[in-house]
Design a protein around this ligand. Structure first.
Ligand SMILES: *[C@@H]1O[C@H](CO)[C@@H](O)[C@H](O)[C@H]1NC(C)=O
Length: 380
């Protein structure tokens, strides 16, 4: 009841899609770009095109849940560029927490290392965020114990000098569009590793980590789930699957394990890769699972490549919705009329951020003096 009231309040106080988009740096960006169109169309919010430190971006989000569970951000300035896509589950709180804290930790840790970004500094930012969230759950345990059962996938891309770092927990994904051959072809290269029990390699990993637990992954209604409960094996939050002290009453019985938990089942340790940017690396598409559920990597890269840059992210969201409608043999125009919550039966919240890479700017590292810092958050 309290939860429902808080959700309602947060909906009223923070209308979808308005986030910090009226902040100062953002309106500077607006006047600089001139044509950056931001708008709303029903449950869809979009930013057609904007400029960040190393090129242009496009961003779009469609809501399906009663309270949106996806959060995302672009932070860009002389330090480089930080993109985050956070796909929450069980409620919006963990994804919001990540959006509020992960980049700040990243900034604080980068300050300690004199601005140098490495896999380790990114890892430390994830770790600090997980720790902060776990502390919050402890504090709220007597008043809001259900905080123990919310979590968030967490996909981060950092462009630092001429290197792209990708850190991932859960099943969001980033795909690179890369020019190949001399006939204008483009390849779709997935850069993130996913952690979803639907993947055989993840089931294998879980069985290896928990050799004495035959029930570590369970096929339930055609979907593989960790302990028969949750699809992702790594996340921020979901502390009921990480610490025995939270796996007890009063959390909902469906989250309580029948046997004592002797070690953490889910992990908050991201898979991190570093990718030296090549002049042929054309653009990056970061998106939550809701997009990839309906569109292949190749299709996504093809859509971005064969259309104007402006509106790329919105175009991808629409293509996914059209596919979701087609699967249900209904018209896109009818799907669009379905309100949030009921929408969730047709598709998930979907977040898309496309970063176009301008290698002149990337190689100069700190040129583009006229580009103001960017700090954008899709929705609260
Ligand atoms: C880079 O792109 C050019 C033009 O599309 C192509 O000829 C070349 O083979 C590409 N190089 C690599 C390493 O992919």
């Amino acid at each position: 009841m309290l939860q429902a009231l808080m959700n309602l309040l947060s909906l009223c106080l923070k209308p979808f899609g308005h986030g910090r988009s009226s902040s100062n740096s953002d309106s500077n960006l607006e006047s600089f770009v001139g044509v950056s169109k931001e708008g709303k169309d029903g449950l869809l919010w979009y930013r057609d095109v904007g400029r960040y430190w190393s090129g242009e971006f496009s961003m779009a989000v469609v809501q399906a849940n009663q309270v949106i569970e996806d959060q995302s951000q672009i932070e860009s300035g002389p330090f480089g560029t930080f993109v985050g896509v956070y796909d929450g589950h069980g409620g919006p709180e963990a994804a919001r927490f990540v959006c509020d804290h992960l980049f700040r930790h990243f900034q604080a840790i980068s300050a300690e290392t004199h601005g140098v970004v490495t896999s380790e500094t990114i890892q430390r930012a994830f770790c600090a965020t997980e720790e902060g969230f776990t502390n919050l759950v402890s504090e709220l345990w007597s008043s809001r114990p259900q905080m123990a059962t919310v979590g968030s996938c967490c996909l981060v891309g950092v462009i630092y000098q001429q290197t792209l770092f990708v850190a991932n927990l859960g099943d969001s994904r980033v795909v690179l569009g890369k020019k190949v051959g001399n006939t204008g072809g483009i390849a779709a290269i997935q850069l993130s590793t996913e952690h979803n029990a639907n993947l055989e390699v993840i089931r294998h990993e879980l069985k290896n980590l928990h050799p004495n637990d035959p029930q570590i992954v369970v096929l339930k209604h055609g979907v593989w789930r960790v302990k028969g409960i949750i699809q992702v094996s790594r996340s921020i939050g979901d502390v009921y699957m990480k610490h025995a002290r939270f796996n007890r009453e009063p959390i909902n019985a469906k989250f309580r394990l029948p046997e004592p938990m002797d070690k953490s089942i889910l992990s908050a340790n991201p898979t991190i890769i570093s990718h030296p940017l090549h002049p042929n690396d054309s653009f990056l598409v970061f998106a939550s699972d809701g997009l990839w559920e309906h569109l292949s990597n190749e299709k996504v890269v093809d859509i971005v490549h064969s259309n104007p840059r402006a509106g790329s992210a919105k175009r991808l969201v629409k293509a996914a919705l059209q596919e979701a409608a087609r699967k249900r043999e209904m018209r896109y125009s009818d799907l669009k009329k379905i309100d949030k919550k009921v929408r969730r039966h047709f598709h998930d919240d979907i977040t898309v951020i496309v970063l176009f890479l301008n290698h002149d700017l990337i190689s100069k590292s700190k040129s583009a003096a006229q580009t103001p810092p960017v700090s954008i958050r899709s929705a609260h």
